[in-house]
Ligand binder design. Structure first.
Ligand SMILES: [Zn+2]
Length: 307
């Protein structure tokens, strides 16, 4: 099977896109109310067909899709948008104002920047097709969308990316987290940072505070799956980021080699420790952790230079 699909709540399916054949790495959520459908996260362009087949498997028609809701324009979240919009004639895609240009013209900077940061992984994700401007709904401040009887609130959550947004679904108090509160692995009940360079710690912490203030119940993570204890996870992740920041700053001051820093952090971050001892098959997330460390190292080094 090229993907796997599970109905997590009535009318809400979680799709493991199995990007590059890897399980528990990148997911997409399908939400339906009446005969209207939205996709939160669409995955990279290389697995666009998996999304189309999954919708067909559930029994939806391409004309039912009203919204594509990627949390930000990074290839693993929004890369399939242009391809999917050709198949879903009634759909529009949401993007923060600062992300619009990247959806409309991925060739200009997004693709080159992705190749530079991700290397061969960008090719596994595939090059995104451009999105026609008239299919993009730009957002800047908090706003809401209706889907059948449901309401999605769009919450700007800068940090991981300056144009990152989360979606808050009521009823249900579900937060679709994107990369705003890291990754969550239900099988190990752990959170992990998603902090590639350029990482903005202060903005991220503020965004997590905003999400906690919503009193969320369910966290719907792109990487990877559903948490029934969103608020607890968000708080845990907030502290985890502070621990990583302290450990990385200390390690750099002591001259500890970069390839030993994850082990140093794992002495204080029990979630990371559990991940490192169980990560053999989770190569996608392992790469993510290494890139996240880079984000912290660059941040700490920039701050050091300033003082
Ligand atoms: Zn991202």
């Amino acid at each position: 099977m090229r993907y796997s699909l599970r109905e997590e709540l009535p009318g809400l399916w979680f799709l493991d896109l199995k990007v590059g054949g890897e399980e528990q790495y990148i997911g997409s959520y399908i939400i339906a109310s009446g005969n209207e459908v939205a996709l939160v996260e669409v995955g990279p362009s290389s697995t666009a067909l998996n999304v189309i087949h999954a919708l067909d498997e559930i029994g939806f028609h391409p004309t039912d899709v009203k919204y594509l809701l990627p949390t930000h324009v990074h290839l693993d979240h929004a890369g399939a948008s242009g391809t999917l919009l050709k198949h879903f004639p009634n759909a529009s895609v949401i993007a923060h104002k600062r992300g619009v240009v990247h959806l409309a013209d991925p060739e200009a900077t997004l693709w080159k920047a992705s190749k530079a940061v991700l290397g061969f992984v960008a090719d596994i994700y595939g090059k995104p097709e451009p999105v026609p401007n008239e299919k993009i709904i730009p957002v800047e401040d908090k706003m809401s969308l209706t889907l059948g009887k449901l309401t999605f609130e769009i919450i700007p959550t800068p940090g991981h990316a300056s144009h990152h947004v989360c979606f808050f679904l009521n009823p249900g108090k579900v937060v679709f987290t994107g990369d705003a509160v890291g990754a969550y692995l239900p099988s190990l009940d752990i959170t992990l940072p998603q902090t590639p360079p350029p990482f903005r710690l202060e903005a991220t912490l503020k965004s997590i505070e905003t999400l906690i203030s919503l009193e969320p119940r369910i966290g719907a993570y792109t990487h990877f799956g559903i948490s029934p204890e969103a608020k607890r996870n968000f708080k845990n992740h907030y502290n985890q980021l502070l621990i990583w920041y302290e450990c990385v700053t200390e390690a750099l001051n002591k001259g500890i080699p970069k390839d030993s820093i994850l082990n140093v952090i794992s002495e204080r971050d029990s979630d990371l420790k559990r991940f490192l001892t169980n990560s053999k098959k989770l190569t996608g997330l392992k790469r993510g952790v290494e890139v996240s460390l880079k984000g912290f190292i660059e941040l700490a080094m920039t701050e050091k230079m300033r003082t």
